[in-house]
Design a protein around this ligand. Sequence first.
Ligand code: AHR
Length: 543
Amino acid sequence: MNRRQTPTMTIDAAQPAGKVSPLHYGLMTEEINFSYDGGLYAELIRNRAFLDSEKEATHWSLALAGGAMAKMALDESNPINSALPRCLRIEVATASRTSPAGVANAGYWGIPIKPNTRYKATFFAKATGGLTGPIFLLLQSGDGKTLYGQASVAKLTDTWTQYTVTITTRKGIAPTTDAKLVLSVEQPGTLYLGMASLFPPTWKNRANGLRPDLMQMLVDLKPAFLRFPGGNYLEGNTIATRFDWKKTIGPISERPGHPCPWGYRSSDGMGLMEFLLWCEDMGAEPVLGVYAGYSLRGEYAKPGPELEPYVQEALEEIEYVIGPVSSKWGAQRAKDGHPKPFPLRYVEVGNEDFFDRSGSYDARFAQFYDAIKRVYPHLKVVSTVGNEQPAAKRVKSRRPDALDEHYYRKAADFIKDSPTHFDKYDRSGPEIFVGEWGAHEEVVPWSPQSRGLPPTPSMKAALGDAAFMTAMERTSDLVTMQCYAPLLVNVNPGGRQWRPNLIGYDALRSFGSPSYYAIQMFSRNVGDEILKVTLTGSPLLTS
Ligand code: AHR
């Protein structure tokens, strides 16, 4: 090519080639990389229900001043209710006004302290052996030398009582994550502690709500929809550890949480209602993934009667989302604070079922598809096996309304493939929902080598992302929806299980990666029509 030739781009505005789908651009999330606990979900206490480990009260430590003496242990003889089988028992041998004894929790890599800010603490407590209160709640520096704020409860009794107090931090202090919450007493005796929670101000001041800086970044992307609750997180490693939506609703003191497949326990504070409110607060519509009877380690329910309870579970979940208040689960939704049904158009059956080693997805999908269509004919039912998978893996017994395809590719491959990638597809459908995608530089996300790389993508990856977005927008007649993944990462050591991720944060600060800003450019400037563009004389692109 003659380098002095002037490249020419011709845009044919007279004959639009098609419409851009209004469902570009969405968000996809799951509990990975401490996305909710230690991330978007604003709870500051880690292991608040004392269920993270059977052996010890992880993330809790003794806080003893002067000559105070105490020991702590997990206790299963004094549960606060049937949902939460464990509490923390603190046996205080010696304590006084000048030598208080208690326990401390430093949250998810520190508790974020901001000046003149109100923190709401909620905890269950009871006391025996002469301990009658008060109990003090202190926000202190890690070394205990600086006090940021405090509150107290005057009296403790020998029966479980839930207490709520507000701690307001001092004016003029510098923001820090070097902080912990301490609960302490000044008398000997035995203190029992259950479900101890601490919230800073949240987005729209919602109780049990979300972190404002991260919400602002998400709202700034103007997402059209939110795909939840996963991802692998939906499936769980085993059937027992799937996203069991009924255990995620109601008061947090009745949510035991569950082990998540990414190596830590989810508090389930981010439950079905919180996902739906999250959508509402972003002006995004929910795209609901329902558990499809298959878990990551291969455990599954055989299609037929064995699968039926999970089909019913999905129907009830849909009823919770869109049913009238006169229905059983619509009434539960109203009881949980939201009488008005949420919008819902797409339901996805499972996640990445091309990994299903049992060969049962086709029949499982059919059972879900028929049951959902029978009750909700207007809903679109999405299969998790796309055209990219071998024909043997795809659903043949029913025609899914959409196929979820996932693309984790090198930036260079996206750039090379994007101009033509979807051209080979049959335009008569099904719709393509690119439910997870993201460019990496060279090292694939699941390689151990990726652990040494930054948690968020580079500019190079963002260029690959941009190329793929043009491909998806341009083929909007087919690719109706798409969302990058994963969305969130806690950048502290041990915080991430995957890279690259769109938005990074610690307890106090957050930042968008180059890919975040690439997506923002596209998502905030979505066109209506697709115009034919011809490029000549460019060394990079030929058409
Ligand atoms: O986005 C991370 C993981 O990638 C998702 O949980 C899973 O669906 C995919 O394999």
